[in-house]
Design a protein around this ligand. Structure first.
Ligand SMILES: Nc1nc2c(c(=O)[nH]1)N[C@H]1C(S)=C(S)[C@@H](COP(=O)(O)OP(=O)(O)OC[C@H]3O[C@@H](n4cnc5c(N)ncnc54)[C@H](O)[C@@H]3O)O[C@H]1N2
Ligand code: MOO
Length: 666
């Protein structure tokens, strides 16, 4: 319980007690109303130049001038009275005297008071004495017309664009480039806009190091302040980034007070939950009033909201932003953006929403609004949303996200195929141009994504393993799947599995890359490991991949061919789930070797002993293989530059890239 006699004498229970999002937002708004901070913070007049872009009009713009503010010629030609051309036709032309009945005008020139139409210069015959063609087409003595003109032909009448006194733009409008033109045309030199809120961003945490400094184990590169500052700027505020404050209660209090005294809003990052060094809520309590600690949203649930008493009098709101990067960025979207919108007098951001189907079963904490990051694509007639990593520390889940699906409180999960609404971060047109690749991920797909972007295609890939990819194709949830499934009976890749999993779907199997698998060993290969035969040597500790992994199947296949008994391999039963985890086990000295791809060896500075080349192929339903959407893929597979760039990645071969291996079922 906290009690602040100076702030309305209210008492509320706030410690890490999740309250619903609308209630949390309401508490903040109500507190802001009580201290007079619920609307536009101030108005300033700025010159009308390109720096006005993105600013929010504090007042409506009324036209001072009409535009055009006189009747203007819309063409280079001759101003005249339309009535003087009455009856003109190809056989009965009309001749007008220049000076009296017609005057040359350029586009934009005012019309003489007596004129009410313009004939373009190319539609007249310019004449001199004896009706011979004039030497100077703009200054003839007479003009001959063979067509009658209705009044106001090729004239931009006064006020065609803007009529003096009319509303050009309403208050609350965010200025775009074209708006600046209209405001200038309507006779203004300055605009009155809302003052941008100043937002202090305070990263805290002893483990944090600034961008650019070397990191050792346990250090975290501080970047939330970068994300929050950029968000603030994109929403129309001014960000003031403070240096990192260590987890020290007194220092945090000092910084918060300093920030509150000089800005309109303080974002205090991290230290929001229940850890031994989580001081944010206590700091708010000491320096002001704690309104909320814990909101029923995930990620972001330990959010703090409060008011800090300024040294000079008055209050500054504070938001305690959770430290996990995804939580921090979403807290920005959920709490900071609407507050800045209110202070700027504009409407809060309204993301475009589309209906989609979720590709797999998901569970969700029952008590919270769950913000799930998804990639979105259209496969056949269905718009699909594939969930990305749920980890609050996985910033790339937001980078890759095409949108957010909110699973509301009370919903404990969704079955695969359930309808959802996606708040889009992208345009629907981009969704239409998306190639959905679900299956085994490979580094080369990142190169493909890069190359496809030059062809107005976006490749979105979700890693669910090779078999998972075939299942996704069976359900009609992907345009293609990368697969490297070795059949131990035949030594053949993928085909037997496609027959089994996709018996009824016409599929084109296309060669993609040859991927070199080998043994990852310590730098310098101290145990002199040369091949699988060495795995049974005394003192060699192996680290394996999990059962079902393509790499594991490959290992077992070759062990059997060589007649090596897995039971004799020390560590055969020790399993890791990724290439990188195997590499980490070797790098840390927990094992002496493991089977994996060369890139994993490189990532952790290990040596690599190449052993086998596995076929990594693309399984593509034939309707998609032949589709316009995938046309750029077909082109790229034959493109020498692209092949060269793939070949440039260590551990790959590309000789047969693009070759159709099989059309199934045969
Ligand atoms: N016992 C409990 N532990 C945690 C709870 C809980 O309720 N009970 N909540 C979890 C949730 S949910 C979240 S979210 C986090 C919130 O953490 P804090 O706000 O206390 O932040 P830290 O623990 O200091 O940091 C979390 C994580 O994020 C990294 N971080 C922090 N600041 C930055 C920055 N500026 N740039 C980049 N990364 C940053 C930090 O190093 C940590 O790895 O608490 C859970 N725990
Ligand atoms: O709610 Mo935490 O904010 O899961 O990430």
């Amino acid at each position: 319980m906290c009690h602040n006699p100076e702030w309305g004498g209210k008492t509320m229970s706030v410690y890490l007690h999740d309250i619903p999002l609308p209630e949390a937002q309401q508490r903040l708004i109500q507190a802001l109303e009580e201290v007079g901070l619920e609307s536009v913070l101030g108005v300033e007049e700025i010159p009308l130049d390109e720096r006005a872009l993105g600013r929010v009009l504090a007042e409506p713009v009324w036209a001072r001038l009409s535009s055009p503010h006189y009747h203007a010629s819309a063409m280079d030609g001759f101003a005249l009275r339309a009535e003087a051309t009455a009856g003109a036709s190809p056989t009965r032309p009309v001749i007008l005297q220049v000076g009296e009945q017609a005057v040359y005008v350029d586009t934009g020139d005012p019309l003489p008071d007596w004129a009410n139409a313009v004939v373009p210069i190319e539609n007249v015959e310019a004449l001199d004495e004896q009706d011979i063609p004039a030497a100077d087409a703009r200054h003839p003595l007479k003009i001959r017309l063979r067509e009658a003109l209705p009044p106001w032909t090729h004239v931009r009448p006064m006020g065609e664009d803007i009529v003096a006194t009319e509303l050009v733009l309403p208050a609350g409008h965010t200025l775009r480039a074209v708006d600046l033109g209209a405001i200038a045309a309507s006779g203004h030199t300055h605009v009155r806009v809302s003052r941008p809120p100043r937002v202090a961003i305070l990263p805290t945490g002893t483990e944090l190091v600034p961008v650019g400094q070397p990191v050792k184990r346990g250090d975290i590169i501080e970047y939330n302040s970068l994300v929050l500052a950029a968000q603030v700027r994109s929403w129309g505020g001014e960000a003031v980034r403070f240096p990192i404050t260590p987890d020290d209660f007194e220092q945090i209090c000092q910084r918060v007070q300093q920030a509150a005294d000089m800005t309109d809003l303080v974002l205090l990052n991290a230290g929001s939950s229940a850890g031994s060094e989580d001081f944010s809520a206590r700091a708010v309590e000491r320096l002001g009033t704690l309104l909320v600690h814990g909101v029923a949203v995930r990620p972001g649930h330990p959010v703090i909201m409060g008011l800090i008493r300024r040294s000079q009098g008055g209050w500054t709101p504070i938001i305690g932003v959770p430290g996990y990067p995804v939580s921090a960025a979403l807290t920005g979207e959920i709490f900071v953006e609407p507050l800045l919108a209110r202070w700027l007098g504009r409407r809060p951001a309204e993301p475009l929403e589309i209906e989609a189907q979720i590709t797999r079963k998901v569970t969700s904490p029952a008590g919270d609004d769950d913000y799930m990051r998804v990639v979105v694509g259209k496969v056949g007639n269905r718009v699909l949303a594939a969930p990305l990593s749920r980890g609050a520390g996985v910033i790339t889940s937001l980078v890759r996200a095409d949108g957010i699906v909110i699973l509301p409180r009370g919903v404990q999960g969704l079955e695969a195929g359930a309808p959802v609404r996606v708040r889009l971060y992208r345009s629907p047109a981009e969704v239409e141009q998306t190639i959905f690749a679900i299956g085994s991920h490979d580094l080369t797909l990142d190169l493909l994504a890069q190359a496809l972007s030059a062809h107005q295609r976006r490749l979105v890939s979700a890693n669910v393993g090779s078999l998972g990819g075939l299942v996704a194709l069976r359900r009609g949830e992907a345009h293609l799947a990368g697969a490297h499934l070795l059949d131990p009976q035949t030594g053949e890749f993928n085909i037997p599995y496609i027959r089994q999993y996709l018996p009824d779907t016409p599929v084109t199997l296309v060669e993609w890359v040859g991927r070199i698998q080998g043994l990852l060993v310590c730098k310098g290969n101290p145990l002199n490991i040369r091949g699988l035969e060495d795995l049974v040597r005394a003192g060699v500790r192996f680290i394996n991949r999990q059962r079902g992994a393509g790499t594991r199947i490959l290992l077992d296949y070759h062990l059997e061919r060589l007649g090596i008994d897995p039971a004799k391999i020390q560590g055969y039963d020790q399993e890791e789930y990724t290439h990188l985890a195997v590499a980490a086990a070797v790098a840390s000295g927990r094992a002496d070797c493991g089977l994996g791809v060369m890139a994993a060896a490189q990532a952790l500075d290990l040596d690599f002993i190449p052993l086998f080349t596995e076929r990594y192929q693309l399984v593509i339903p034939t309707v998609y293989y032949e589709s316009d959407l995938l046309a750029p893929l077909r082109v790229l597979m034959q493109d020498e530059n692209f092949r060269r760039s793939v070949q440039g990645l260590p551990g790959y071969t590309v000789e047969n890239m693009g070759q159709v291996v099989a059309q199934l079922p045969q």
